[in-house]
Ligand binder design. Structure first.
Ligand SMILES: Cc1ncc(COP(=O)(O)O)c(C=O)c1O
Length: 340
């Protein structure tokens, strides 16, 4: 099977497995695991924040951030197709007791003036706007890079209103690889950031939240409340450290493969392919007169896995487990089934 469902399907490298075996460990709830500390310090330094916190997943990182920033009854502003809104089981409402308020963006990019207009004035009828979230790259929009300038403008609006900004940077490494803009410059436009190490970077488990030292101290308590206070967790922090320090450079390969895939699929009549900016390729299959689900079933029968991203939209995510020859193979197999 050629698995293009997600960049989360990557398996840890031999070096990562070896690092897990040899990791120096301690009880991380007592803050005594040296490998976790090393990872958190390195990630915080790369993101230009005072401190970092290792969490189990992107979802846990985002939710710990929301729980730390907000109180029940408050409101969070975010893009209408944000992962935090679509794909996290309404956990901001279920866990933090906050209400999401969505802003329709253009391919995931919110207009700063729409953000300004959505901030609630002080009025007895309204919830307090307590957080603004940005996602970069934007998953549902197809791995779109949110421009740094847009993030700067949103941060300016937020600061004028005294509201913090959280970045869901599950794929911030991809944004940085695509633009050459450092992680720090993106993270500078936010108060807190969550980055995933288990996607294109290939770690088996883990994300980092980064922010000010006091914020991370509070977040540590929320992580514990959620059952995320792990013990000799250096065993998984060690491969995550390898992901952070040795795998960032490889993302360009995924981006090249995404362009290769898009260019090949675009030649097939009936498929409309969006130009990929990073490692995600969105393909609209309306022109084949079949649904995304049936298209995916056919592909599966031909040994290719992708994901459904709407009634007639399919998502392919290039990743460490898929080589250039396999991308050609995908194009050939789709062409032999669908090309006239
Ligand atoms: C933009 C974005 N944020 C958050 C997450 C959640 O990460 P996890 O699957 O590690 O919970 C994902 C996962 O795909 C994502 O794409």
């Amino acid at each position: 099977m050629i698995d293009l469902r997600s960049d989360t399907v990557t398996k840890p490298t031999v070096v990562m497995r070896q690092a897990a075996l040899e990791a120096d460990v301690g009880d991380d709830v007592y803050e005594e695991d040296p490998t976790v500390k090393k990872l958190e310090e390195k990630a915080a330094e790369m993101l230009g924040k005072e401190a970092g916190l290792f969490v189990t997943s992107g979802t846990q990182g985002n939710q710990v951030a929301i729980l730390t920033h907000c109180r029940p009854g408050e409101e969070v502003l975010l893009e209408a197709n944000a992962h935090l809104f679509l794909y996290e089981g309404a956990s901001m409402s279920a866990l933090a007791g906050v209400q999401p308020r969505t802003i329709q963006g253009n391919r995931g990019v919110m207009d700063p003036e729409d953000v300004r207009a959505a901030i609630r004035p002080d009025n007895i009828h309204f919830p307090k706007t307590s957080l603004i979230c940005v996602e970069n790259t934007h998953n549902k929009a197809g791995g779109v890079v949110v421009p740094l300038k847009n993030m700067q403008e949103i941060y300016e609006v937020a600061r004028e209103a005294g509201i913090p900004v959280h970045l869901d940077g599950a794929r911030l490494f991809n944004a940085s690889a695509a633009t050459g803009i450092s992680l720090k410059r993106y993270a500078d436009q936010t108060d807190t950031v969550q980055v995933c190490l288990s996607k294109g970077l290939g770690a088996p488990v883990g994300s980092i939240i980064a922010g000010s030292y006091p914020f991370i101290q509070k977040a540590r308590k929320w992580r514990k409340r959620l059952g995320g206070g792990l013990r000799q967790v250096g065993m998984i922090a060690a491969p995550a450290y390898i992901a952070l320090t040795e795998m960032v450079g490889r993302l360009e390969e995924d981006h090249r493969h995404a362009k290769q895939l898009a260019a090949g699929l675009q030649q097939i009549e009936g498929l409309q392919v969006e130009r990929p900016e990073t490692n995600i390729v969105l393909v609209h299959v309306d022109g084949l007169a079949e649904s995304a689900e049936s298209f995916l079933q056919h592909l599966k029968a031909d040994g290719i896995l992708g994901g459904s991203f709407g009634p007639a939209t399919v998502r392919f995510v290039t990743n460490y487990g898929v080589r250039s020859e396999e991308i050609d193979e995908v194009i050939d197999r789709v062409a032999s089934r669908y090309a006239f």
